[in-house]
Design a protein around this ligand. Structure first.
Ligand code: HEC
Ligand code: HEC
Ligand code: HEC
Ligand code: HEC
Ligand code: HEC
Ligand code: HEC
Ligand code: HEC
Ligand code: HEC
Ligand code: HEC
Ligand code: HEC
Length: 302
């Protein structure tokens, strides 16, 4: 209502400003437009929008990172909403301005990617599990009404993610878990939700190794004696990444059962007394302590 009341008062002012507006250098592919009626429209500049949408301008734009779209001849509001002259001349005709509420997920995302598409983090978005399942930028971000100002998120992590990923919520509620719910780690420490070239949108470190060794560097090696699966099958062949009912986030409840998934017993190992099924031998890592690799022992004793 407030907006409507301001319309009349603003029309005169707007007309004046419009006269003084120079055709601005276009920095975005907006010229192509997304609908016929918007093709004819020209850029009027954010100061014009501000005359009627002062609250959005002041509270939900000026203080956000997108105020940078005003710099260097950028189009501010119109870099997302398209050229606005027809909308303004129509006294705020909503059919003559791009409204995100009327766009498909893909259309809205494409507008964001016109600027962010080359970003290091976002450049694989089109092929991501999220994009392929009709999840777009606005499922997680809101330029004007972010609840979590950091990165303009509609909700803070992990709640944002749990809204759609119920089983992850259950994983992190297990007795042994990475402390994501407690705020020590973020889902996005391990995942790039904008898409990766790896499966499950899991991040890697620059060498291409699993993200795990960014924090657990001592497990990375290289070791003189590698335990083969650490390198070939990765950490998640023995650990669950989110959480587990077993200590050390192991996939199975007893260490010997884990080892015996790959090692036949007692055929492998020293013949005779060293290995048998007696309880003494069940805690394999009591003797094979350096299970991730060793520089001193080919059987990982030290
Ligand atoms: C002359 C006053 C006026 C000016 C100037 C103006 N608008 Fe509007 N705008 C309105 C009115 C009135 C509405 C109707 C909806 C409402 O109540 O917010 C509207 C609606 C909109 C909507 C759709 C809102 C919705 O509910 O989906 C967008 C987006 C918008 N304006 C963007 C802009 C942008 C960007 C500019 C600058 C190019 C601009 N407006 C300039 C008056 C104006
Ligand atoms: C980075 C892109 C972007 C910029 C820049 C931007 N908007 Fe928006 N605008 C959106 C999106 C997306 C929405 C949908 C609501 C949301 O997710 O925040 C929206 C919604 C709106 C609405 C709909 C009404 C409402 O309250 O939801 C209006 C009006 C509007 N914007 C006006 C403006 C004005 C005025 C400016 C400049 C001061 C501006 N926008 C700058 C992307 C942008
Ligand atoms: C006209 C170019 C442009 C468009 C279109 C655009 N952005 Fe931005 N965006 C920027 C700039 C510039 C910044 C501030 C610099 C930065 O953080 O990269 C920014 C910042 C952001 C940030 C905050 C980054 C941070 O580190 O906090 C998010 C999130 C974001 N944009 C999402 C979006 C979404 C979602 C859309 C589509 C509705 C969109 N942007 C459309 C240019 C744009
Ligand atoms: C599934 C939720 C989700 C979707 C979908 C999503 N984002 Fe994000 N985005 C996040 C989260 C969470 C962060 C903060 C953590 C991070 O940087 O990974 C973030 C960070 C960002 C940042 C700042 C980090 C940086 O340096 O790049 C930008 C910019 C951004 N997103 C833009 C976009 C754009 C554009 C889209 C659509 C093409 C998009 N996001 C889709 C959740 C999402
Ligand atoms: C709007 C719902 C929605 C939100 C919010 C969301 N996701 Fe997703 N996510 C999906 C859908 C749908 C898929 C594809 C189907 C699937 O694998 O579950 C997906 C896929 C994924 C995948 C890849 C799974 C695979 O099997 O390849 C990861 C990882 C992921 N999301 C993490 C996150 C994280 C982290 C967040 C929070 C920052 C998040 N998602 C927020 C809906 C969402
Ligand atoms: C410590 C790193 C790490 C953290 C933190 C993390 N993930 Fe994962 N996540 C992974 C890895 C690694 C995989 C792949 C597992 C595999 O390949 O078996 C994965 C798999 C997934 C999948 C695919 C389905 C599944 O369960 O295997 C989804 C969805 C997912 N994560 C969502 C999330 C969400 C949501 C959060 C935060 C609440 C989160 N992840 C936090 C490392 C992590
Ligand atoms: C962003 C840093 C970070 C990343 C990435 C990370 N972790 Fe962790 N991890 C931690 C922290 C911190 C703890 C200690 C948690 C606690 O004390 O609650 C931990 C604990 C663990 C533990 C249990 C340690 C114990 O003594 O019980 C295992 C196992 C583990 N991580 C494996 C992994 C695997 C596998 C990956 C990759 C999928 C991974 N981590 C990725 C930070 C990280
Ligand atoms: C062959 C199975 C296997 C693989 C592969 C594996 N781990 Fe482990 N990990 C274990 C076992 C078994 C333990 C428990 C050792 C114990 O009980 O003393 C463990 C313990 C841990 C611990 C907690 C105790 C400690 O030594 O700090 C962390 C952290 C850990 N692993 C991280 C990783 C990371 C990171 C990777 C991938 C680089 C990885 N693990 C790969 C079997 C494995
Ligand atoms: C995912 C499969 C896998 C799991 C689980 C696994 N290993 Fe291995 N391990 C291997 C492979 C492959 C080698 C390389 C030698 C081979 O082919 O036997 C190896 C080598 C070894 C060696 C070095 C001796 C040799 O033959 O080269 C020891 C000792 C060993 N593992 C102990 C363990 C213990 C103890 C566990 C349980 C904590 C375990 N392994 C779990 C696959 C596995
Ligand atoms: C009481 C100590 C002890 C325990 C417990 C133990 N081992 Fe061993 N293991 C040894 C000794 C000693 C060797 C021979 C070392 C050597 O050859 O120098 C060995 C060697 C091995 C080898 C290498 C065999 C080869 O062909 O070179 C494997 C694989 C192995 N153990 C697996 C296991 C598994 C799996 C478990 C748990 C079910 C286990 N060990 C428990 C003492 C132990």
């Amino acid at each position: 209502m407030e907006v409507r009341a301001k319309v009349l008062a603003s029309v005169a002012a707007v007309a004046l400003i419009l006269l003084s507006v120079q055709p601005t250098l276009a920095r975005n592919p907006d010229e192509k437009g997304t609908a016929a009626q918007k093709d004819a429209a020209k850029y009027v500049g954010a100061d014009v929008c501000k005359t009627c949408h002062e609250e959005i301008y002041k509270k939900h734009f000026e203080l956000t990172p997108h105020f940078q779209t005003m710099l260097e001849g950028g189009h501010g509001c119109e870099s997302c909403h398209g050229p606005g002259s027809a909308h303004v001349e129509g006294g705020g005709d909503i059919t003559k301005i791009i409204r995100f509420s009327t766009l498909s997920t893909q259309e809205a995302t494409a507008r964001c990617l016109s600027c962010h598409g080359n970003g290091l983090q976002q450049r694989h978005f089109a092929a991501s599990a999220h994009a392929s399942n009709d999840v777009g930028c606005l499922n997680c971000h809101s330029p004007h009404y972010a609840k979590e100002p950091n990165h303009l998120l509609v909700q803070a992590q992990p709640g944002l993610c749990y809204g759609c990923h119920v089983s992850a919520k259950a994983d992190f509620a297990r007795p042994y878990h990475h402390r994501v719910d407690e705020g020590l780690l973020f889902c996005t420490d391990c995942h790039n939700v904008h898409g990766t070239t790896t499966v499950r949108q899991v991040r890697t470190i620059p060498t291409g190794d699993a993200i795990c060794v960014k924090c657990h560097a001592e497990k990375e090696g290289p070791f003189v004696y590698e335990h083969v699966p650490v390198k070939t099958e990765g950490c998640v062949s023995c650990h669950t990444p989110h959480g587990s009912n077993n200590p050390r986030y192991l996939r199975v409840s007893q260490v010997n059962l884990l080892c015996l998934q790959c090692h036949t017993f007692p055929v492998q190992g020293p013949q005779g007394p060293a290995h048998n099924q007696a309880a003494k031998y069940q805690a394999c890592t009591m003797c094979h302590t350096q299970i991730h690799g060793s520089n001193a022992s080919n059987v990982f004793f030290r």
